[in-house]
Design a protein around this ligand. Structure first.
Ligand SMILES: [Cu+2]
Length: 110
């Protein structure tokens, strides 16, 4: 929501600028905002799949992804993350969309 409002405000101020420049700047503002907005979320590990490099988490609402609480599979950004937790652990994690896939970017025991 904030990103969209920022973008509209920024775009209004840049109306006289070249179209290409506007798009480039908007993209820069957008990506900065998204990565800065990752919010720690509570969850519980219900499954770990080392081979597929993913973890199933029963998670609380993820505000930065606009997602309700549910149980779902996430790819992990780094395979070592799967060694730091085990099934049944309550965890605090951060998730983001990386190359179009919902990815855990940080995870630790709660
Ligand atoms: Cu989910």
């Amino acid at each position: 929501m904030n990103a969209i409002m920022l973008l509209s405000a920024a775009c209004a101020r840049m109306q006289e600028m070249e179209r290409k420049l506007t798009i480039a700047m908007a993209a820069a503002i957008f990506s900065t905002t998204v990565s800065a907005q990752t919010i720690p979320t509570e969850g519980q590990v219900t499954k770990i799949d080392q081979g597929q490099n993913n973890v199933t988490l029963k998670h609380e609402p993820i505000k930065n992804l606009d997602m309700d609480g549910m149980t779902m599979v996430f790819v992990v950004a780094n395979p070592a993350m799967l060694k730091a937790v085990k099934v049944g652990d309550k965890v605090k994690f951060e998730a983001d969309r990386v190359n179009g896939r919902l990815t855990v970017t940080k995870i630790e025991k709660a």
